[in-house]
Design a protein around this ligand. Structure first.
Ligand SMILES: Nc1nc2c(ncn2[C@@H]2O[C@H](COP(=O)(O)OP(=O)(O)OP(=O)(O)O)[C@@H](O)[C@H]2O)c(=O)[nH]1
Ligand SMILES: [Mg+2]
Length: 368
């Protein structure tokens, strides 16, 4: 847009121009308010962080978590802790790590493996916190943790394992961070409505595991933007539902399908390269080029263990999946995110405001 209030204008012209701009701004504000609804669809593979972004929307734009929500999350967190430690105990056996510890610890692992999912009120047994903490510090369990890319475990749950005494205490009430770290696989579709930037938003969360993906198509129409979430940190991990499929390769293939999908020709594509915090930790000890599929990382002389070079490499890989061509060339707006960090999500979401609203504005004639 040119400078409309240029030096050659008379004071009257300048005033008229200013008035016209004010009217346009007000109309834009009214337009946002009158907007029927803006649909945002969260897509991405299982465990990429979609529901975590969805929870952040509730924190940022909704009522937050009620006492009932917290009680539910408490049960989920207990399940997460138990499942996580049980996965580590099983890995000690499967990976032949029993020699790293003593008989007492092995007996304790047996005891923990025998707790069934129904018995998950960990706060009922006052010793359980100590038992789980001592197992977490056990050398065989730590050796299994170091090899966690070889079995399924939620990496961010190390934060729970570090504070087992708090989580297993009788009056434990999960904090906001504990709730954001919890993991419940989404099945089906969940949606919530919020007023954001003066407009009604409908945010839709779906399950990302392969069996869930066929349900997505029912929500493909009439969404203004897609937030595609991909976990940067999962370059050395395999799918929960198929332990032969590398998670990053799966995410790239999925993004290729979504980005080039004809139904999304007019839909804005926002890419969240998520789990930045876990990626930054992992890249210090797991070279990207050491993972089959990503050997080309080293080919162009990129520095190993360099988080910025690593992020750029994966970002380029996602961008290469965009095969759309002019005049329908799609812009993909990529952001590196940490979905468990409320400030980060708020900041990035605000940065997406213009993109999300641009379509509706241009349809109304406010933007070229
Ligand atoms: N450390 C860390 N953990 C994250 C981040 N984003 C998500 N997580 C955790 O990763 C796990 C999986 O996240 P979800 O939001 O449940 O993943 P999802 O994409 O909804 O998975 P499905 O429902 O199976 O499709 C949860 O335990 C989250 O707390 C992140 O940026 N950093
Ligand atoms: Mg989910």
């Amino acid at each position: 847009m040119g400078n409309c209030c240029g030096p050659g204008m008379s004071p009257e012209e300048r005033e008229k121009e200013q008035r016209s701009r004010d009217i346009q701004k007000q109309a834009e504000r009214d337009y946002y308010k009158g907007q029927e609804e803006i649909k945002l669809l969260l897509l991405g593979a299982g465990e990429s962080g979609k529901s975590t972004v969805f929870k952040q929307m509730k924190i940022l734009y909704g009522a937050g978590f009620s006492a009932d929500d917290k009680a539910n999350f408490r049960t989920k967190i207990h399940q997460n802790v138990l499942t996580g430690i049980q996965a580590l105990c099983t890995a000690v056996m499967d990976l032949g790590l029993t020699g790293e510890t003593d008989d007492d610890a092995l007996e304790l692992m047996d005891e923990i493996l025998n707790i069934s999912e129904g018995q998950v009120d960990l706060s009922e047994d006052k010793d359980i916190g100590n038992k789980l903490s001592s197992l977490w510090r056990d050398p065989a369990i730590q050796a299994a943790w170091d090899r966690r890319s070889e079995f399924h475990i939620i990496e961010s749950h190390a934060a729970y394992f570090e504070k087992m005494d708090v989580i297993c205490a009788p009056n434990y009430e999960p904090s906001k961070d504990d709730i954001l770290a919890s993991r419940v696989r989404t099945t089906g579709v969940i949606q919530e409505e919020y007023m954001i930037w003066g407009s009604k938003f409908v945010i839709i969360d779906v399950g990302g595991q392969t069996s869930e993906r066929r349900k997505w198509v029912h929500h493909f129409d009439a969404c203004q933007a897609i937030l595609f979430v991909a976990a940067l940190s999962e370059y050395d991990q395999y799918l929960f539902e198929d332990n032969t499929k590398n998670r990053m390769v799966d995410a790239l293939e999925l993004f290729e399908k979504i980005c080039n999908e004809k139904l999304f020709k007019e839909t804005h594509m926002i890419l969240f390269l998520n789990k930045r915090d876990l990626f930054e930790q992992k890249i210090q000890h797991t070279a990207i080029s050491s993972v089959p599929f990503f050997e080309d990382y080293a080919a162009e002389g990129r520095p190993e263990n360099d988080k910025d070079a690593g992020m750029e490499y994966f970002k380029d890989k996602f961008m290469e999946q965009n095969k759309t061509k002019a005049p329908f060339r799609k812009d993909v707006f990529a952001h590196v995110t940490c979905a468990t960090d409320t400030n980060n999500v708020e900041h990035i979401f605000n940065a997406c405001k213009a993109i999300i609203l641009k379509d509706t504005l241009s349809a109304s004639g406010f933007m070229a």
